[in-house]
Write a protein that binds this ligand. Structure first.
Ligand code: GTP
Ligand code: MG
Length: 379
C-alpha cells in the first residue's frame, strides 16, 4: 500500500479519502483545532452554562478556617486570611472543574488533603510567603454576587471577573485610549446581571478642557447613571470616591491604559501598583495581568483588573436590555430587529434623541442569543 507520511506521523490511506478532514488541515488548521471544531459541531462538549457556575456543597468543610481569594495564578492562588496575612495555596482535588475567581470566600486546610482519585499524585504544596505553612483550598462558599462576561464558546460560556463585589465602576478615559462604542452599555448589562451598583468613572479629566461637557455620556446621564470625573495623577475627584468605597467591594473595569491602576494608587499610595504608558497608537500596554483584591486602609476594597478590549454579553438575559435602553418603547424592546436602524422614517416615528442607540440595542440583542460565535470560524 502506498502510504503517505507526515512528520512524526503515519497515516492510513483511507484517512486521505476523507477529503473534508484533510482539506481543513491543508488550509493551515492544526489537528487539535479541527477536533475542537468537530466537537463543537456535534455538541459533545456543549455544557449547560449554568451548571458550570454551580458550586459543590461546602458543608463538610465548615470547621476549616475561611479566607478570601485575592489573586489567581496559573498553579495556585493567594489567600488573605482573617489577620490580613497572605497565604499561597493549591486547589484541592475536590474542586476539580470548579472555577474560582478573585473575591471568592474559601475554606482551606494547612494539612495536605489526599486527592479523591488514588491514581492522582498528592498535590505538592508550595511554601507560603515568609515560610508560613502552605495550604490547600478545599471548598468555596456560596457567592453573594458573581460578575461575569460572556465567554469564548460553549466550552467556556462565561469568563468570571469577580465574586462577592458590591459595585462595578467602568473607567473611560477622556482621551487615549478611545472608548469603544457600546462598552458602557455592555458594562451596565453585566452589572445588572450580577446585581451590582453601576457607576461610570471618567479618567484623565485633566487631558480635556473643562468646557468639554462630554456629550457622549448624555444618554447615561439622562437615565440617572452616576458619573464621576477624575484626574488621578493630579488627585482630583478622588476624595468623593473614597467615601463611596466605605464598606464596599468595588470592581474597576475598562480598556487597557485608561488609568485603573493609577486610580488605585491615588486612593492608596502605599499600594504602588505598576502602571504603564501608552503605545504610539494611544492604546494601553496591558500592564495589569490578573485581577487583584486590594483592601484599602481608608475602608472598602478595590479590585483592579486587566484591561479589556470588549465585554461580551453573550448568554445574558435579553430582558435586561429594557433597563439599559429605557427610552425605547416596549415594542422595540420585544423585537429590535423588526425596526430599520438606517431608515429616517422609522427613527422619526420613534422620536429618539439618540438614534444611534437603536443600532447598539440591535447588536446587543443579537449577541445575547449568539450560541457559539466561534463555531463558524473554521469554514
Ligand atoms: N494625564 C493623565 N494621565 C493619566 C491619568 N491616569 C492615568 N494616566 C496615565 O495613563 C497611563 C496608563 O495608566 P494605568 O493606570 O497603567 O492604566 P490601566 O488602566 O491600569 O491599564 P492596564 O493595567 O493595562 O489595564 C499611564 O501612563 C498613566 O500615567 C490621569 O488622571 N491623567
Ligand atoms: Mg492596570
Amino acid at each position: 500500500m502506498n502510504r503517505k507520511f507526515r512528520l512524526g506521523q503515519s497515516r492510513e490511506a483511507q484517512d486521505m479519502d476523507h477529503r473534508e478532514v484533510y482539506s481543513h488541515e491543508r488550509g493551515g488548521e492544526s489537528k487539535r483545532r479541527q477536533r475542537q471544531a468537530e466537537r463543537l459541531e456535534t455538541g459533545i462538549e456543549a455544557h449547560d452554562a449554568d451548571a458550570l457556575l454551580r458550586l459543590p456543597d461546602p458543608g463538610p468543610w465548615m470547621h476549616l478556617p475561611e479566607a478570601t481569594l485575592i489573586q489567581r495564578h496559573s498553579q495556585w492562588v493567594d489567600l488573605e486570611l482573617e489577620d490580613h496575612s497572605v497565604l499561597r495555596a493549591t486547589l484541592g482535588g475536590k474542586l476539580k472543574g470548579v472555577r474560582l475567581v478573585c473575591g471568592d470566600r474559601v475554606r482551606y486546610s494547612t494539612i495536605p488533603v489526599e486527592p479523591d482519585d488514588p491514581r492522582l499524585p498528592a498535590p505538592t504544596l508550595p511554601r507560603g510567603e515568609g515560610g508560613s505553612p502552605a495550604a490547600q483550598v478545599v471548598a468555596v462558599m456560596p457567592r453573594k454576587t458573581l460578575l461575569k462576561r460572556g465567554g469564548i464558546d460553549d466550552r467556556e460560556p462565561w469568563q468570571l471577573i469577580c465574586a462577592n463585589a458590591d459595585e462595578l465602576w467602568i473607567c473611560a478615559a477622556v482621551v487615549d485610549p478611545p472608548l469603544r462604542p457600546g462598552l458602557l452599555e455592555r458594562a451596565q448589562l453585566l452589572a445588572l446581571d450580577a446585581g451590582l451598583t453601576f457607576r461610570v468613572l471618567v479618567t484623565k479629566r485633566d487631558r480635556a478642557s473643562k468646557k468639554d461637557t462630554l456629550p457622549e455620556l448624555d444618554p447615561l446621564r439622562e437615565q440617572g447613571v452616576a458619573i464621576h470625573e477624575t484626574a488621578a495623577l493630579k488627585g482630583e475627584g478622588i476624595e468623593p470616591l473614597r467615601k463611596l468605597l466605605q464598606h464596599k467591594v468595588v470592581v474597576l473595569l475598562g480598556h487597557s491604559g485608561v488609568g485603573k491602576s493609577t486610580l488605585v494608587n491615588a486612593l492608596h499610595p502605599e499600594m504602588a501598583l505598576k502602571t504603564g504608558g501608552l503605545t504610539k497608537f494611544g492604546t494601553g500596554k496591558q500592564t495589569t495581568t490578573s485581577a487583584r483584591w486590594l483592601p484599602l486602609q481608608s475602608g472598602g476594597t478595590l479590585v483592579d483588573t486587566p484591561g479589556v478590549r470588549t465585554l461580551s454579553v453573550r448568554g445574558l438575559d435579553r430582558t435586561l436590555l429594557a433597563q439599559v435602553f429605557t427610552e425605547f418603547p416596549s415594542e422595540v424592546l420585544e423585537d429590535p430587529l423588526a425596526f430599520e436602524a438606517g431608515d429616517d422614517a422609522t427613527l422619526e416615528a420613534l422620536s429618539l434623541d439618540y438614534p444611534e442607540r437603536l443600532q447598539s440595542l440591535q447588536r446587543l440583542w443579537q449577541e445575547m442569543d449568539d450560541r457559539n460565535p466561534n463555531q463558524n470560524v473554521w469554514r
